[in-house]
Design a binder for this molecule. Structure first.
Ligand code: ATP
Length: 291
């Protein structure tokens, strides 16, 4: 594994029964900074995160997390702190109690747990919430507390799975501010289907679609880098291209990664016997990938 990557996916296949969620995913997450995993609904973002945290098995391929296999017995799970859509906060406990209990659950003694809880509350400026029961919090404030808890303990990577989804724009912007404050000097993996959120928060971004990597780079460079990625629909599957056979993803398209001109790619597809019914190039049209 290259020394400058914290996570490496190599040709990873993950299936849920008949559904292929990751379809030969190749992805590298750097050691530092905020890394955005972008893709529309069903693209495979949560599955990639579940694989990193050892929650799903690979059907094929290789996954390395901090140089180790995340399913290995004894893999140090505390190195990764995750916020999924379900926050798991105790509704009948106050904010402070929730944070303290979480630290206690991870082995911190009562006094240290209290210090860590108060420190993160202070960092986020949410002192006014600390004695409020979680069941009485607004959706946005509850999300801020969940983000606080995810960053509270030292870990080598913080994973946030769509932290602003289902929030109104004002609350979403508050969460982004909280993430900005907390992500300095932490490795953060952020999954989102919001391009502007990724541009605001991320140093590097990877776009996945139908379980495959289709683009990666710095957010500002992606539009120009997106030339050379094609989405193709054919009348019958699988699609044949340069001696390989591809099955369409959930959206019915096959994503081809190729820098040749559209005219060359299309004529090659037709010459290979594919009955092409849709052929789309992602040039200067990044947001369309995410819709
Ligand atoms: P979203 O943004 O909607 O959360 P996502 O990019 O996180 O989507 P995944 O949740 O990883 O995508 O889903 C990838 C594919 O796997 C989708 O087709 C989804 O329907 C399917 N899938 C996910 N979880 C399961 C499951 N437990 N059982 C069956 N299929 C699943």
């Amino acid at each position: 594994m290259p020394s400058n990557s914290s996570v490496v996916f190599r040709d990873v296949l993950v299936k849920y029964g008949m559904v292929t969620a990751l379809d030969g995913l190749d992805l590298e997450i750097p050691e530092k900074g905020v890394f955005g995993l972008l893709g529309r609904n069903g693209a495979g973002k949560t599955t990639a995160i579940r694989a990193i945290t050892g929650l799903v098995w690979l059907s094929a391929g290789i996954l390395n997390v901090f140089g180790e296999n995340p399913w290995k017995r004894g893999f140090p799970r505390d190195r990764i702190s995750v916020l999924f859509a379900e926050d798991g906060l105790g509704p009948s406990l106050t904010v402070l109690e929730n944070l303290r209990v979480w630290a206690g659950f991870h082995g911190y003694k009562k006094e240290k747990a209290g210090i860590l809880a108060r420190e993160i509350i202070r960092k986020l400026g949410i002192e006014d919430l600390k004695q409020t029961r979680v069941s009485d919090l607004s959706t946005g404030n509850r999300r801020i507390v969940a983000v606080a808890r995810t960053f509270m303990l030292p870990s080598d990577m913080v994973v946030l799975d769509e932290p602003t989804s289902s929030l109104d724009p004002v609350r979403a912007s508050e969460i982004r501010e909280a993430i900005k404050t907390l992500s300095k000097s932490r490795l953060v993996l952020l999954s989102t289907h919001n391009l502007s959120e990724a541009e605001e928060l991320c140093d590097t971004v990877a776009i996945v679609d139908s379980g495959k990597l289709i683009l990666s780079g710095r957010p500002g460079e992606l539009d120009s880098a997106s030339a050379g990625n094609y989405a193709v629909k054919t009348e019958e599957s699988p699609l044949l291209f340069r001696g390989e056979s591809y099955s369409p993803g959930e959206h019915g398209s096959v994503i081809i990664n190729c820098t040749d001109s559209p005219a060359d790619v299309l004529s090659e597809l037709i010459a290979s016997g594919n009955r092409v019914i849709e052929f789309k190039q992602y040039r200067k049209n990044l947001s369309s990938i995410l819709m």
